[in-house]
Design a protein around this ligand. Sequence first.
Ligand SMILES: Cc1ncc(COP(=O)(O)O)c(C=O)c1O
Length: 377
Amino acid sequence: MGYGADAAKRAGGSGRIDLRSDTVSHPTPEMRRAMASAEVGDDVFEDDPTVIELEERAADLLGKEAGLFVASGTMGNLVSVMAHVPRGGEIITPAEGHIPNDEAANYAVVAGAGLRAVHELPTGEMPIDAVVDAIQDASDPHSAITSLVVVENCHAHTFSRPITPTYMKELRAALKPSGIPIHVDGARLFNAVVALNVSARDLVKDAESATFCLSKGLAAPIGSVVVGKKDFIFKARRARKLLGGGMRQVGILAAAGLVALSDGPEGTIKRLAEDHVNARVLAEALTSMKGVISPGHNAQPEGDRLDPNRVVTNFVIFKIEGGIKRRQKFLDELEKRGVLMVAYTHGQIRAVTHYGVDEADIQHVIKASSEALAASA
Ligand SMILES: Cc1ncc(COP(=O)(O)O)c(C=O)c1O
């Protein structure tokens, strides 16, 4: 099958083309080397030089005062909520966002926060008027106190669309009278940076804090970084400790993140553009296949042809005619052909391109999809 030898090696030799998520990507050889030789200290004493370097590098890239290395994107969001929001405060998030749907209600269980969900547009943006409308009246004793607005960039459920600096600026201006801070859940922030051809700094300059994942498209094995002002990071560090997330010789992991964020050829930011091209090629092929339809959710009307123009980063989201029963058959038939995609919310299917999946793999995925559609009809 058309599975490049190099890609097979990078994917751990499983021989499968795994498009379930970019989280399945394996570390690059340079990351493995950097991890093996990383200088370490005890990060709870704040003396691990590699962690310090990573946190400073991340803060500099995103134009913030300080950074904090955390275990995951979920932990990054949670410590940010804990640092920004008092118990009983309320956060505003996109309705289809990761925080309200995929973080085990940690904002409520751990942070003691309430949540108000605002429905997104097909761009992944929450309408600004609706955000302002969702702010509670702090002088009314019935109301929770709105304490944070979260923007997800890229917005995963709407084709992982990038949110623009213009939107961020408008949102900031609209929130100015209330002084409510903005947190960016930037699990895939660098996909947005590459797709929009803007700097990470510009993308988050109107937000008080941001978190991004090293372990998704950037291909590092573990970790996320939270950035913001020094006093915010101090509170986030305390929250991380409370959660048991203080780690010791963790420079071994931070070393991979430093490779990811490096400017040279070993860095993995610029190469995200390849994933975006691969996703687009896949979407263009899928759109002409009989049985493939638009996801219908936060996109075009359901039943239309999948619009490949929706794909500007590394997510392809679609549906197939015949409902969820046929979907499972299709996914099973794909797997028999060495391709993994994943059942997604609202009856959709998701395919995510990433490091380790090359052009030849995409051609194999296209052939396998066409065969799996026929076999599942
Ligand atoms: C938008 C978004 N935010 C946060 C996360 C959480 O990241 P992690 O899996 O590292 O906890 C994800 C994970 O897929 C995500 O897609």
